[in-house]
Design a protein around this ligand. Structure first.
Ligand SMILES: [Zn+2]
Length: 108
């Protein structure tokens, strides 16, 4: 029996990978149920690189940049729109309505 250093599952002699968790049994010792001192090293050396993590991060970076860009675009568009006569009218109307509502709320 080979005891998996990762999950302590017993695997048949000659197994290269744990049947339970898939961990490599290359350095596992065919014996007692104590954690071998080489376990951390095995995890560092034999774990292998994660499947293309940089591409995923870059994807999120572009996603965040797109959101930030959209926000900036909305801000610019809002300022440009508020500078026009139509925007000024709407904003003044909204502010007067807000003032009316707040004064009504205060009166009650
Ligand atoms: Zn295992």
């Amino acid at each position: 029996m080979i005891v998996c250093p990762n999950c302590e599952t017993e695997n048949p002699v000659g197994s290269r990978f744990c049947a339970e968790c898939g961990a490599s049994l290359a350095t596992a010792k065919p014996a007692p149920r104590e954690t071998p001192p080489t376990a951390p090293e095995w995890r560092m050396s034999d774990a292998g690189p994660l499947p293309e993590p940089r591409r995923g991060r870059r994807k999120w970076l572009w996603f965040a940049l797109a959101i930030i860009g959209a926000c900036l675009l909305c801000c610019v568009a809002f300022f440009v729109w508020s500078a026009t006569d139509a925007g000024q009218g709407v904003l003044n109307d909204a502010s007067t309505r807000f003032a009316e509502v707040s004064t009504e709320a205060a009166a009650e």
